[in-house]
Design a protein around this ligand. Structure first.
Ligand SMILES: C[S@@+](CC[C@H](N)C(=O)[O-])C[C@H]1O[C@@H](n2cnc3c(N)ncnc32)[C@H](O)[C@@H]1O
Length: 249
């Protein structure tokens, strides 16, 4: 898949995206694990393992949804530093807070309602800033990336986990058929929403940059040495870049 510089085809206006996630929120976790056959859990774990997390500053997980990556990050650092999960969809955050109370009350995680295009944090506040399956939904990708980089401290890392396109011939076609035809039908049927969330999913993935295209956008936003790691034959990819000081650049 290549980066598109044309106007987006998919309606990603803040209100549409927020309403769509509010509608699917109660079934979001179940649908996620079902449609990815549980592999999404492994992808998030991979992201937490790859990050360098030995600083004293807190960690920010943007577009945190129901908080799964935020909890994993907090476990990985054994609660040594706080993790903040931000999202602009209150129903998703309510589920994250309920999960925290029920299963992760021992962890210093808190949730905050915020638009990723305008994060309510000072520059350089976090040792790491992450986003899992969220950046694709942010109306202005570059603005979202710049905000993540702005709030990340010098020497820290920014990680993006996102769907991508498998390149292996045969598997690519099979996956695309599943993604375009099976997933929207199954998703729509089980999630029962009016916002066509499971049609939006393949469409938004198809038009979103991946691989080197996204790595270049991350570097343009202020990161260095962005490493791209395809996961599960490229169904998803993990991108990690370093926020370097002016002095080191
Ligand atoms: C597909 S979910 C991903 C949730 C979670 N990170 C995960 O790994 O399951 C996308 C999330 O991004 C949030 N989101 C989309 N655009 C946003 C924006 N501009 N600011 C904040 N959150 C946003 C949605 O509300 C939703 O909770």
């Amino acid at each position: 898949m290549t980066a598109t510089t044309e106007a987006p085809q998919v309606d990603k206006s803040g209100r549409r995206v927020r309403d769509m996630f509010a509608e699917i929120a109660p079934r979001y976790d179940l649908m996620n694990h079902l449609l990815s056959l549980g592999i999404d859990i492994r992808w998030r774990r991979q992201a937490t393992r790859r990050l360098k997390l030995d600083g004293d500053l807190p960690i920010l997980d943007c577009c945190t949804g129901t908080g799964d990556l935020a909890f994993m990050l907090a476990r990985r650092v054994q609660g040594r530093v706080a993790v903040i999960g931000s999202d602009f969809c209150a129903p998703m955050l309510r589920l994250a807070a309920a999960k925290h109370a029920a299963r992760h009350a021992d962890l210093p995680v808190r949730f905050l309602e915020a638009d990723s295009q305008q994060l309510p944090f000072e520059d350089a506040s976090f040792q790491a800033v992450t986003v899992a399956f969220g950046l694709r939904n942010v109306q202005d990708t570059d603005r979202g990336l710049r905000e993540m980089v702005r709030v990340c401290a010098d020497g820290g890392q920014v990680a993006v986990l996102e769907f991508s396109q498998p390149t292996l011939p045969g598997f690519r076609q099979l996956y695309q058929a599943y993604f375009r035809h099976v997933l929207p039908r199954v998703g729509q049927r089980f999630a029962r929403n009016n916002q066509s969330a499971y049609e939006y999913l393949p469409n938004s993935v198809m038009e979103f940059p991946s691989g080197q295209s996204l790595a270049e956008r991350m570097e343009a936003a202020g990161l260095r040495d962005v490493v791209v790691e395809p996961l599960t034959l490229g169904v998803a990819s993990l991108y990690i870049g370093n926020r370097l000081t002016e002095r080191l650049r």
